[in-house]
Ligand binder design. Sequence first.
Ligand code: TYM
Length: 332
Amino acid sequence: MSRVFSGIQPTGEPHIGNYFGAMQNYVKLGQEYGKRSLYCVVDLHALTNPAAFDPALLAQRTLDMAVANFAVGLDPAQVIFFVQSHVPEHQELSWVFTTITPVGDLERMTQYKDKSGQLESVPAGLLMYPVLMAADILLYRADTVPVGEDQTQHIELTREIARKFNHSFGETFPEPRAVYNKQALRIPGVDGQGKMSKSKGETSTIGLFEPMDSIWAKLRVAPTDPARVRRTDPGNPDVCLIFDYHKLFSDLDTIQMVDVECRRAGIGCVDCKKAVMTGITAHLTPIQARGEELRADLDSVRDALTQGAREARAIAAPVMEEVRTKVGFLKL
Ligand code: TYM
């Protein structure tokens, strides 16, 4: 029986990269799979990022991340939505997996190399990050994992861990596959410095709950085709991040118009940015309104998380029990 799992870190306000890259697929798959789909705010993972980690803020951000997912249309009554630290089996399974995962495999992970390269002292948890991810997924025997393209390597490692465990202890876990939104594999940051990312800070992101004037302030100065110096120069939308945003936010007519007019210098960058702002406003306004409603009733959000953890544990507990038996822990 097929099952979906995905996780999202409470390291800051979710942005349109998270939304188009992953959260939209949570909603879609949630409608299809119902209670066979699990979504998790991964607060344990958030501890591994010393720059973004703030004890005073973590609980608030965890709650905010739940609000964000419900605001974009994920229905906690329809799916299983919970917080990672509320289901301790994640950590127990993760430990078992650390014992069958070569350190060399973990050191080869691109995200580990990127993140550890910026740190003077690298926490061991950062190296173990993908092992905990494998535990998240396999604890529910999930075989379908909606993520952005940046998680591909981690899902491949999860498959290897599943294979290795099955080989050593008998068939237990499926080998999960990643599911992407092909239109949003890797949404670029509004600062033009590569992928949009919470950990790069607010200059890179367009937040789902960001006020429109703040979004516009970033868009206005966002880089476009560097070869288009003057308004009269023809542009190349294929190398312009504003055009990437049009593909996400604008209707087909606008996308086609921008594609044609940019190439023949018929539209200037400022007007092109204004046009994408119209699409952004239309998309984000209802999400922001729903977020406001949810924030006015946080008790309901907390109740949904309590229920979600209960439902998740009901699936996780027997799987963990099977693992304990298979690895040979003493039963009394
Ligand atoms: P996180 O919180 O960094 O990101 C959440 C999801 O958003 C996707 N994403 C993007 N997609 C397209 N373009 C972007 N610019 C962009 N930025 C982020 C991410 O790929 C991710 O799907 N390691 C995970 C959290 C995790 C997890 C798991 C995921 C922990 N356990 C188990 C799946 C299964 C992460 O860093 O998420």
